[in-house]
Ligand binder design. Structure first.
Ligand code: ZN
Ligand code: ZN
Length: 179
C-alpha cells in the first residue's frame, strides 16, 4: 500500500519544489533589481558629493579672498585713521598758534592805540610823585601826560598801558577825551 502512494507523493513533492524554486528565483530577481537601484543611487550620491565638494572648495576660496581683502581694507582704514588723527592734532596746534598770534597783535595794536593818546613831556619841576612806581619825578625825566592831566614816568606808563588802557590814578580811559 505504501509503495502505491509513493508516485503521488513524489508528484506533490516536485510541484512544491517547482513552486519554491520559482519563489526563490523571483526573490533573487527582486534582490538583483534592488541592488541595481542601490548601485544607481550610490553613483548618483557619489556624483553629488563630488559636485558639492567642488562647490565647497570654491566657497572656501572665496572666503579666503574675502578675508584677505578685509585684512587689507582694515589695515588701510587704520592708516587713514592715524593720518586723520595726525591731521587734527596739527590743525589744533596751528589754531592755538593762530589764536596766540591774533591775541598778541591785538595787544600790540591796543598798545599802539594807547601810546598815540599820550603826550610826552620832560619834567621841569620837582615835587611830583609817579603813582606807578611811587618814586619822585626829577627835573629832566621823560614823562607822559594823559588826557586826565595826570603825569607819570614815560617808562612806567608804557608798562602799565601794556596791561590796562586806563590811568593808574583815576582809571580814566586814556583813549578818550576828558569831558
Ligand atoms: Zn614811575
Ligand atoms: Zn588820571
Amino acid at each position: 500500500m505504501k509503495d502505491l502512494r509513493r508516485p503521488i507523493h513524489d508528484h506533490h513533492r516536485s510541484v512544491d519544489h517547482l513552486r519554491s524554486t520559482r519563489i526563490i528565483e523571483e526573490g533573487l530577481r527582486r534582490i538583483e533589481e534592488g541592488l541595481g537601484r542601490i548601485e544607481e543611487d550610490h553613483r548618483e550620491i557619489e556624483h553629488r558629493l563630488r559636485r558639492d565638494s567642488e562647490e565647497l572648495r570654491r566657497i572656501k576660496e572665496g572666503l579666503r579672498e574675502i578675508e584677505h581683502r578685509l585684512r587689507r581694507d582694515s589695515e588701510e582704514l587704520e592708516g587713514l585713521r592715524r593720518a586723520q588723527e595726525e591731521y587734527y592734532s596739527r590743525l589744533m596746534r596751528a589754531s592755538v598758534e593762530l589764536e596766540f598770534i591774533i591775541h598778541r597783535n591785538e595787544e600790540l595794536l591796543e598798545g599802539e592805540d594807547i601810546k598815540s593818546h599820550m603826550k610826552k613831556i620832560i619834567v621841569l619841576d620837582d615835587g611830583e610823585v609817579c603813582s606807578v612806581c611811587l618814586q619822585d619825578m626829577n627835573v629832566g625825566d621823560h614823562a607822559v601826560i594823559l588826557k586826565c592831566s595826570h603825569i607819570f614816568h614815560e617808562k612806567c606808563t608804557l608798562e602799565w598801558a601794556n596791561r590796562k588802557p586806563n590811568c593808574p590814578l583815576c582809571r580814566h580811559d586814556v583813549r578818550k577825551d576828558r569831558q
